[in-house]
Design a binder for this molecule. Structure first.
Ligand SMILES: Nc1ncnc2c1ncn2[C@@H]1O[C@H](COP(=O)(O)OP(=O)(O)OP(=O)(O)O)[C@@H](O)[C@H]1O
Length: 388
């Protein structure tokens, strides 16, 4: 590949100021609606990005709204990596904002519990871009779908402590993930959890700037987003984290609404209705001008989580506080009694192992079975449902 100048070199750019807006600086491709596309000098077409042809795609491991993810081998050193193709369908003249954000934010995150972006590589023409990440053997959505019984409490603590460490790290750097859910929590075969998919992540500042409320997959969406708050904070991730904790404990999604109003109803059924006294400013939220919420007055968390001790229930209640400014932070949760009282979190290396169906290299065509096994079809079907 031709060598790049400093200005176009993704790898050698210093980490930007966390408060600085995301810009195109350092990237080869111009953004839609950003004016005239940036001219790319002939001798510098790829900067220092390697071509994707240096990777051998082994199999597809996931497909989300923003891209397809492959398990691949880096032919330069034989290492197995994840290659996420950034979806460009909707973009006529540039890289989608979600792709740019994911790259910018992952580049500044170096944490054991956050998926590592190794590099960005390009397809033959600049219309395809791939993120090269460390490969993780499982995601928690597929693990949950294939488990016959829920995780033990020790395993749940082991997983959630790792997620909290990642959240504490991100939030201290003004990064809000905005799409936390079980399918975005990856697990290595050593039980190490990695938060992935930063396509919707944003940097936030003070004062908070308006953001689109329709972020975060519905089941994990905080009430302030459902009610149309224009500014949001790291508290949206903490609500989603509460939903994940509940899901891991029971093995089932906690609040699986199928519309925004159904989602709000489910929240109110479980936690009781919000009010101006517990959530100052609540009555001014935009969506409340259009409809009236049910007035169910009781918190039913204790009934739902009968198997959980007092400390666990109190942690869940702190995560599901309606008022985002009093909701528990990741740092506070890490010091919560729940994680020190028995049962103790298990060692990540003691986490159960799961079959790795997706890691098998597809056999050559002549040996391929003519029928797709029904178990595989079921896997795909269940996974699709989870990804909405
Ligand atoms: N580094 C990785 N290692 C292994 N598998 C991965 C990796 N990154 C992603 N995946 C798999 O691909 C799936 C989709 O990835 P990702 O969530 O990043 O894509 P997306 O298009 O942003 O998805 P979404 O629709 O959830 O926003 C994940 O649920 C996971 O199964």
């Amino acid at each position: 590949m031709s060598s790049g100048t400093k200005s176009n070199d993704v790898e050698s750019n210093p980490a930007p100021d966390p408060q600085a807006p995301i810009t195109r600086k350092g990237f080869l491709i111009s953004l839609k609606n950003s004016g005239t596309p940036m001219p790319i000098p002939e001798q510098n077409v790829y900067g220092r990005c390697r071509p994707v042809s240096e990777f051998e795609k082994l199999n597809r491991v996931g497909e989300g709204s923003y891209g397809i993810v492959y398990r691949a081998r880096d032919t330069r050193n034989g290492e197995i990596v994840a290659l996420k193709r950034v979806r460009m369908d909707q973009e006529k003249d540039g890289l989608p904002v979600s792709g740019l954000r994911e790259i910018m934010i992952l580049k500044r995150c170096q944490h054991e519990n956050i998926v590592r972006l190794r590099e960005v590589v390009v397809g033959k023409s600049l219309d395809s871009i791939f993120l090269v990440m460390d490969f993780c053997e499982q995601d928690l959505a597929s693990v949950l779908d294939n488990m016959s019984k829920p995780f033990t409490e020790s395993e749940v603590k082991c997983i959630t402590l790792q997620v909290l460490r990642a959240l504490k790290y991100m939030h201290a750097r003004y990064i809000i993930h905005r799409d936390l859910k079980v399918s975005n929590l990856l697990m290595t075969d050593k039980g190490c959890i990695k938060v992935a998919d930063f396509g919707l992540a944003r940097l936030y500042g003070k004062p908070a700037k308006p953001m689109t409320p329709q972020m975060v997959t519905l089941w994990y969406r905080a009430p302030e987003l459902l009610l149309g708050a224009r500014t949001h904070t790291t508290a949206v991730d903490m609500w989603a984290f509460g939903c994940i904790l509940g899901e891991l404990l029971t093995g089932k999604p906690l609040l699986p609404g199928n519309s925004e109003i159904a989602q709000l109803d489910m929240i109110i059924d479980l936690f009781g209705a919000p009010s101006e006294s517990i959530w100052p400013g609540y009555l001014e939220l935009p969506a409340l001008q259009n409809f009236t919420l049910s007035q169910q007055p009781y918190n039913n968390l204790k009934t739902k989580f009968q198997m959980l001790g007092q400390a666990g229930r109190s942690l869940l209640n702190l995560l599901f506080l309606y008022n985002p400014s009093t909701r528990a932070t990741a740092a506070e949760c890490l010091n919560n009694k729940y994680f020190t009282e028995p049962p103790q979190p298990c060692d990540p290396r003691m986490m159960p192992t799961f079959p790795q169906h997706r890691n098998n290299v597809a056999p050559p065509p002549a040996q391929q079975p003519t029928e797709i096994p029904i178990s595989h079809l079921l896997d795909v079907f269940i996974k699709r449902q989870r990804l909405e």
